[in-house]
Design a protein around this ligand. Structure first.
Ligand code: HEC
Length: 175
């Protein structure tokens, strides 16, 4: 194959730079909705320090209203992806609005939390790339799953039924 001549390379690079500048105009809103401190998972009094520390380190930037937006979240097209991830993640569940999740849904989310970390689906790989401290050890995963199991047993959480009962009712095989 013939190598592109210098003029072509130059024109291509200039076009690329112009494109990168132009797309900066599209700035999706990076939000951190006000946190009602009475509604957070911490406020439920059922978050042990070790589990909380893992969530702060590995999940909070997406699954809460307390996102620490990095500098590159200002730069398109990365900003588009990050805002999308955070909005999606908060929509799935947020530690900041934990009290608003219906008990039935909570049981399901808890089961999912254990599942997603066990399978290595969460935290997202793209997040791990920039936040290596968010990587979870097998021990971290065990701490999370033990906690979700205890939470699902729900003796203290009003209206929460054991996760096992819920899955049997929907005719899903459990584990
Ligand atoms: C970089 C952002 C990001 C981080 C960090 C992150 N998540 Fe997520 N999470 C998402 C997004 C986006 C979704 C929705 C799309 C999907 O499921 O992939 C999601 C979905 C989920 C779901 C699925 C909910 C459902 O009902 O299907 C669970 C559970 C979850 N995350 C748990 C966690 C846990 C636990 C951590 C920390 C160990 C974590 N996530 C860290 C972005 C993130």
């Amino acid at each position: 194959m013939k190598r592109p001549d210098r003029g072509t390379v130059r024109r291509f690079l200039i076009a690329l730079v112009v494109l990168l500048v132009v797309i900066q105009v599209v700035r999706p809103a990076r939000t951190n909705p006000t946190v009602d401190p009475t509604k957070t998972l911490r406020a439920s009094g059922r978050l042990p320090a070790d589990v909380g520390a893992i969530f702060d380190r590995a999940c909070q930037d997406c699954h809460s209203s307390e996102t620490r937006w990095p500098w590159y979240s200002e730069v398109a097209p990365v900003s588009w992806m990050l805002v999308h991830h955070v909005n999606d993640a908060r929509h799935e569940y947020s530690f900041s609005t934990w009290a608003d999740i219906a008990p039935e849904k909570k049981a399901k989310k808890l089961r999912k939390i254990c599942e997603e970390v066990r399978e290595g689906e969460m935290p997202l790989w793209s997040y791990l790339l920039m936040h290596p401290v968010a990587r979870l050890s097998d021990e971290d995963k065990q701490v999370i799953c033990d906690w979700t199991e205890r939470m699902s047993e729900g003796t203290k959480l009003p209206g929460m039924r054991p996760a096992r009962t819920a899955s049997r009712e929907r005719n899903e095989p459990h584990e």
